[in-house]
Design a protein around this ligand. Structure first.
Ligand code: SF4
Length: 326
């Protein structure tokens, strides 16, 4: 290039306009402000904020927040995720008590706890999940516990076994997308390793509900999504969540398509026909969206299934937890 050449600065890519069905209200309620204040006072990170979740106004108004343990810095850099990447800080040993305090102060009947990936830790952070479950059981024993974990890839089997032994009510691990897109969207993960994790949890304790989710709008084909559903069913996953991928910043993977609400309904109908106990499929569905209400529905669906197998017997969840076959 000579000195006379103009400097070519690429124009910033125009932001993709979201369709009307994606628009959400800005968070302004008193409940939102209280939830935020409590999280800051307890030094807790939330995936609601870190992932720039579009539902934060609605969820936090109802004081439903998804706590993100093991810090706010992830050891991986997935192309869809807004959580910052880097070398995380040491584990906060007060975190389990802080999570339990938050659950008590928010009056949660159901809590969702997730974490960043901690590839730097020998157990991937499994022990901290166990500590959090134990603290919640001590402080708010009636709160049901849903955990959304990383894949614990290259970690010993004992890491997952320890969490299963702590008996969360719901074990969630998201497959996120179809296997073909893993190298670009989730390069640090392996589709079949994630699937095996879900299968392993169910095999170790069939009474724990298992849950997994996919984002659509990343360039996947319809039949590939159907195959993911089949794979989840073969791993005996109980609950499928499906939502629209939204690009958190221009540095992240682009939205390939805004999937229409009608297409979500069609996916939902197919998933139900494949035998999931529960399916949530809509543009704004996220793993933890309406998780408490959905837990109650999933429990009721299991009760109904058991009642159909054993007509005339009445069962509560305690019995179900012991008796439910794989
Ligand atoms: S959907 Fe989940 S991540 Fe999003 S705001 Fe609600 S609780 Fe938080």
């Amino acid at each position: 290039m000579s000195e006379a050449d103009p400097i070519l600065v690429p124009a910033p890519a125009p932001r993709q306009r979201k369709p009307d069905w994606i628009r959400v209200k800005a968070p302004t309620s008193a409940g939102f402000a209280e939830t935020k204040k409590l999280m800051r006072s307890l030094n807790l990170a939330t995936v609601c904020e870190e992932a720039a979740c579009p539902n934060i106004g609605e969820c936090w108004t109802k004081k439903h927040a998804t706590v993100m343990i093991l810090g706010d810095t992830c050891t991986r850099a997935c192309a869809f995720c807004n959580v910052k990447t880097g070398m995380p800080r040491a584990i906060d040993l007060l975190e389990p008590e802080h999570v339990a305090t938050a659950a008590a102060e928010l009056g949660l009947t159901h809590i969702v706890v997730t974490s960043v990936d901690r590839d730097d830790l020998p157990d991937g952070g499994a022990k901290q999940f166990v500590r959090v479950i134990e603290a919640l059981r001590r402080t708010t024993p009636s709160t049901t516990i849903e955990i959304l974990t990383p894949d614990f890839r290259n970690k010993p089997e004992s890491a997952i076994a320890a969490i299963v032994a702590a008996r969360p009510d719901v074990y969630n691990h998201n497959l996120e997308t179809v296997p073909r897109l893993y190298p670009t969207i989730r390069p640090g993960a392996r589709y079949y390793a994630s699937l095996r994790l879900l299968e392993s949890v169910k095999r170790q304790d069939p009474t724990i509900f298992t849950k997994s989710g996919v984002m659509v709008g990343l360039g996947e084909q319809r039949l590939e999504v159907h195959q993911v559903m089949d794979d989840m069913r073969s791993a005996d996953v109980d609950f499928l969540t499906m939502g629209q991928y939204l690009q958190p910043t221009p540095r992240h993977a682009k939205v390939d398509e805004f999937v229409t609400p009608a297409a979500f309904s069609a996916y939902g109908a197919i998933a139900r026909a494949k035998g999931f106990l529960l399916v949530a499929a809509s543009p704004l569905t996220r793993s933890s969206y309406h998780a408490g209400d959905d837990f109650a529905k999933m429990k009721a669906a299991r009760e109904a299934k058991l009642a159909a197998r054993h007509p005339g017997e009445s069962r509560d969840l305690g019995e179900t937890r012991r008796d439910f076959p794989a």
